[in-house]
Design a protein around this ligand. Structure first.
Ligand code: ATP
Ligand code: MG
Length: 421
């Protein structure tokens, strides 16, 4: 049996990395009063259609959608923001606090062609700050992405790209002009861009096709359609990023793939992953909550793709999982219920141990302890049980001594205090 294409088992060897990321995120975000939220993996398909936008890649071709036994149309979530917005409305979180700072980590599903850094089940870590339309919220959110990434990667490995895509009215005006311009070059555009002219015009701006990019250099610029207040919002964000020493590049062609963004849009990219080089994507979305039937509440957030992040962090954080420090070799289990008292002592001093579960002879069990690179083997054989004692064998030096079992606690305490284990 094989795992489904585009999915991966995260094996024990790798889990340490995931726990490290979780711990870094939890600590950093909790300090800033962000609260973790966990929403269901399945939602009504309608939710994503109404939020992400009908003409986006996700809705058009990437969703895992099915009908359940009662014929409800259901989708495995392709991203986190729509679900958070739904949970925010369903649970009336806005009535509990005017600002809600939320974060999540979990699997997302998109039917895409699997390749390095692109899976069908992948994981995102994301934050959403709901309730403020002030630039300070954008800055806090971007700073947090940077704070987290800094702890995981070298800062030279990634760069923030940022843009303002204005508000809906500004974009609509611009769109008309852009369509007029592009129509003149319709035959020279790449196929994707050609298909996007009427329905998803702005996405053409972040095309990877060189010929289309060239055509765009003389196209009308979104920036010239922004109002004074939109420009001021954006300039404030940039000024503070400079103060914070967060390196960024203004990219006037940056357009996010989801419809709900306005004003600030940003991505954090790495130079190292070729096509799949965006590790974090985010921006402001002031209309989404209202669009989904909630109150008129502005918001800003981002999501980091964890698989891509992990590809980059491999060298920085090692993956070695800690094996046991103490191996317990045991004979005559029937007579040795004292073993549970020994285990209680190890638990009390938080020393990682492993109890032998085989029925092999002591020599074999000690050999196993060597193989597993344990430091110490505690031996509880016939003799020890009869004499109420225990043998402590140091595997590196092969020195061993037998002590009375009632002195074991003292021995372990001594080891712990002197950081021997
Ligand atoms: P891309 O242009 O690479 O397809 P996207 O714009 O679709 O990315 P977002 O929807 O903004 O991505 O998701 C945020 C982040 O989630 C991405 O920057 C990326 O790191 C990660 N991500 C998105 N899709 C996948 C995938 N199929 N596999 C792994 N990571 C993904
Ligand atoms: Mg995508």
């Amino acid at each position: 049996m094989k795992a489904l294409r585009g999915t991966k088992d995260i094996l024990p060897d790798e889990i340490k990395t995931w726990q490290t990321i979780y711990n870094i995120a939890n600590k950093t975000l909790t300090t800033h009063n962000y609260k973790e939220i966990r929403t269901p993996i399945i939602e009504h398909t309608e939710l994503f259609k109404r939020s992400i936008g009908t003409f986006t890649d996700i809705i058009n071709k990437e969703m895992y959608t099915f009908n359940d036994q009662s014929n409800r149309n259901i989708t495995l979530r392709p991203e986190g923001t729509a679900s958070i917005a739904r949970a925010y409305i369903t649970n009336k979180l806005y009535s509990k606090r005017s600002i809600q700072r939320l974060w999540y980590l979990g699997p997302m599903f998109r039917y895409e062609r699997p390749q390095k850094g692109r899976q069908r089940q992948f994981h995102q870590l994301g934050i959403e700050c709901l309730g403020s339309n002030m630039p300070v919220a954008d800055i806090e959110v971007i700073k947090l992405a940077n704070d987290i990434l800094k702890q995981i990667e070298n800062e030279e490995q990634y760069l923030l790209e940022i843009n303002s895509i204005g508000n809906l009215q500004e974009r609509e005006k611009y769109k008309v002009e852009l369509i007029n311009y592009l129509k003149k070059y319709e035959n020279e555009l790449d196929n994707d861009s050609k298909n996007r002219i009427n329905n998803n015009t702005l996405r053409i701006l972040d095309t990877k096709d060189l010929k289309t990019q060239e055509i765009l250099t003389t196209a009308p610029k979104l920036k010239t359609y922004l109002s004074e207040s939109s420009i001021k919002h954006f300039d404030t964000v940039c000024e503070h990023l400079t103060y914070l020493n967060i390196k960024y590049k203004i990219n006037h062609y940056l357009i996010r793939g989801l419809d709900y963004y306005n004003h600030t849009a940003f991505e954090i990219k790495t130079k190292e992953l070729n096509q799949q080089n965006t590790i974090c994507g985010g921006g402001r979305y002031d209309n989404l909550i209202k669009q989904l039937g909630g109150p008129n509440i502005p918001a800003v957030g981002w999501a980091i793709g964890l698989e891509r992040l992990i590809i980059l962090m491999r060298e920085k954080l090692t993956n070695r999982i800690e094996e046991n420090i103490i191996y317990i070799a045991l004979r005559s289990f029937n007579k040795s219920n004292i073993i549970w008292d020994i285990i209680d002592i190890l638990k009390e001093y938080e020393i990682q141990f492993e109890l032998d579960l085989s029925n092999s002879n002591l020599t074999k069990q000690i050999k196993k302890a060597h193989q597993l690179k344990s430091k110490i083997c505690l031996i509880l054989g016939e003799n020890e049980i009869n004499n109420e004692s225990i043998t402590i064998k140091w595997l590196e030096t092969r020195l061993q001594q037998t002590i009375e079992i009632r002195n074991l606690r003292q021995y372990i305490k001594y080891l712990k205090i002197n950081s021997v284990t």
